[in-house]
Ligand binder design. Structure first.
Ligand code: PGA
Ligand code: ZN
Length: 429
C-alpha cells in the first residue's frame, strides 16, 4: 500500500521548475518527475504554475507541490499502487475539471507515474511489463527511435524554420544496433557540419540536434544524407521531419524565414506551396514521416496532404494528445499518426486509453519527450509496454535525452532472446 507521498520542486533541462514526487510503499520509494514543452494548446491538460513574477519568472510550481503534499497525498494513502486506474480515478474525482485545472496536470502526472513504478514493484515485474498488463498488450516491443540530428524552429537559434530533422534506423535488427547506427551518423554529421559551416554550426538545440545556420530544409536533409552515406547506412536509415508549422504560420501563410534577420519576403508560402514542397521532398529524400506540416487549426490542408499518401502524417499541436481531437481526426481522416506527450494528458490511465484509440484506428503512435525534460526515463518503458513501435526522445546528446535511450538499451538486455525490435513494422507494431 501507499504509505507516504512527498513532492518537491526540481529543475528541468532548461532550468525551469518542474514537479518531482517520491512515493513510498512497504516495498520502497518510487520517484517520478514531469516534462514540459514549448508548444501548448487550448485543449491540453493544464500545467499549474505559480505565476509569481519575482520567482523563476512566474514559472515556479510550489502550488502544485503543495497540492500533492496535502490533498492528493491524503486521498491516496492506503491505496494499492498496482491499481493504476483507481489511483488516477481518485485524482480525477478530486480535480473535477475537464482539463485538470484544479489539481494541475503536472501534479497529477508526477503522482500517476510514481504510482505506476510502485505498482510494478508491488507485482515484482519490470515497469514495461506492468504497463503492458495495464493496457492488455500481449508483447512488449522495442520502438524505432526517431533520433533528432538537426534542430531548428523554436528549439534552436539558427535560421532554420523547421523544428527537427530526425533519422529512423528502421533497417537495424535490434534497438542496440539502431542506437549505434544513429550515434555513428550523428558523429559523422558533426564532422560534415564542421567542414561546411564551421565549429559554431555544431552548437546544439534544446533537444541536442546540431543547429547549423542553414536556411532551407533541403540543405539540412542534404547534410544528413551525406552523414548516412559516410556512416555506411544508406537505405537502412529513413528520415522524418517535425515541421512544427504552427510556430511560423502567419495569417494563412507560412514564413519559412521567420527567424531570419534580413527577410527577403520570398519565403512566404501558401498552404498549397507547402504541400508541393513536402511532395517534392518525399520524392527526393527517404522521408517516411512528417509531423505537424501545417498550422494547428488547418485541419483541411492536413487532411488533403494525408490523402496523398506520401508518408506518415503526425498530429502534434493539431491533436494536443486530446481524446476528443483524436476521435475527430480519426473520423475525418485528418492525419494518420499520434504524437503522444504524456503531460498533455495528465495520467497514465488516460495516456493508455488515448494510445489504444489511435492503435485501434491503425494509426502510427509515437511516444514523445518534451523540450523541457528531466532524467526520468518513464516514456521508454511506456513505449515498450504499449508496443507503439516509435519513440522520439531527441539527439544522442544531453543526459535527459540519453536517459530514455539508455533505459531502452537496458530493457532490450533484460528481455534477451524475447526482445523484439519494431524495425520495418514501425508503424503497425
Ligand atoms: P515541445 O516540442 O516539447 O517543445 O512542444 C516537442 C515537439 O514538438 O515534438
Ligand atoms: Zn512536434
Amino acid at each position: 500500500a501507499i504509505t507516504r507521498i512527498k513532492a518537491r520542486q526540481i529543475l528541468d533541462s532548461r532550468g525551469i521548475p518542474t514537479v518531482e514526487v517520491d512515493l513510498y510503499t512497504n516495498k520502497g520509494m518510487y520517484r517520478a518527475s514531469v516534462p514540459s514543452g514549448a508548444s501548448t494548446g487550448m485543449y491540453e491538460a493544464v500545467e499549474m504554475r505559480d505565476g509569481e513574477k519575482g520567482k523563476f519568472l512566474g514559472k515556479g510550481v510550489s502550488k502544485a507541490v503543495n497540492i500533492i503534499n496535502a490533498k492528493i497525498s491524503e486521498a491516496l494513502i492506503g491505496m494499492d499502487p498496482a491499481l493504476q486506474s483507481q489511483i488516477d480515478q481518485a485524482m480525477m474525482g478530486l480535480d473535477k475539471t475537464e482539463n485538470k485545472a484544479e489539481l494541475g496536470a503536472n501534479a497529477m502526472l508526477a503522482v500517476s507515474i510514481a504510482a505506476c513504478k510502485a505498482g510494478a514493484a508491488e507485482k515484482e515485474v519490470p515497469l514495461y511489463k506492468h504497463i503492458a498488463d495495464l493496457s492488455g498488450t500481449s508483447n512488449p516491443i522495442l520502438p524505432v527511435p526517431a533520433i533528432t540530428v538537426i534542430s531548428g524552429g523554436k528549439h534552436a537559434g539558427n535560421n532554420l524554420a523547421v523544428q527537427e530533422i530526425m533519422i529512423l534506423p528502421i533497417g537495424a535488427s535490434n534497438f542496440g544496433e539502431a542506437m549505434q547506427m544513429g550515434c555513428e551518423t550523428y558523429q559523422h554529421l558533426k564532422v560534415i557540419i564542421l567542414e561546411r559551416n564551421g565549429s559554431s554550426g555544431c552548437n546544439v538545440g534544446v533537444d541536442g540536434g546540431f543547429a547549423p545556420n542553414i536556411s532551407s530544409i533541403a540543405e539540412g536533409l542534404d547534410l544528413v544524407k551525406v552523414a548516412i552515406d559516410r556512416a555506411g547506412y544508406n537505405g537502412r536509415i529513413k528520415l522524418a521531419i517535425d515541421v512544427a508549422a504552427t510556430d511560423f504560420c502567419i495569417g494563412k501563410k507560412y514564413d519559412l524565414d521567420f527567424k531570419a534577420p534580413n527577410k527577403s519576403g520570398q519565403n512566404f508560402k501558401t498552404g498549397e506551396d507547402m504541400i508541393e514542397m513536402y511532395t517534392q521532398l518525399c520524392t527526393e529524400y527517404p522521408i517516411v514521416s512528417i509531423e505537424q506540416p501545417f498550422d494547428k487549426d488547418d485541419w483541411e490542408r492536413t487532411k488533403l496532404f494525408t490523402s496523398l499518401g506520401k508518408c506518415q502524417v503526425v498530429g502534434d499541436d493539431l491533436l494536443m494528445s486530446n481524446p476528443k481531437c483524436i476521435e475527430r481526426a480519426i473520423h475525418e481522416s485528418t492525419c494518420n499518426a499520434l504524437l503522444l506527450k504524456v503531460n498533455q494528458v495528465g495520467t497514465v490511465t488516460e495516456a493508455i486509453e488515448v494510445v489504444k484509440k489511435a492503435k485501434d484506428a491503425h494509426w502510427g503512435v509515437i511516444i514523445s519527450h518534451r523540450s523541457g525534460e528531466t532524467e526520468d526515463s518513464f516514456i521508454a518503458d511506456l513505449a515498450v509496454g504499449l508496443a507503439t513501435g516509435q519513440i522520439k526522445a531527441g539527439a544522442p546528446c544531453r543526459g535527459e535525452r540519453l536517459a530514455k535511450y539508455n533505459q531502452l538499451l537496458r530493457i532490450e538486455e533484460e528481455l534477451g532472446a524475447e526482445a523484439t525490435y519494431s524495425g520495418e513494422n514501425w508503424r503497425q507494431a
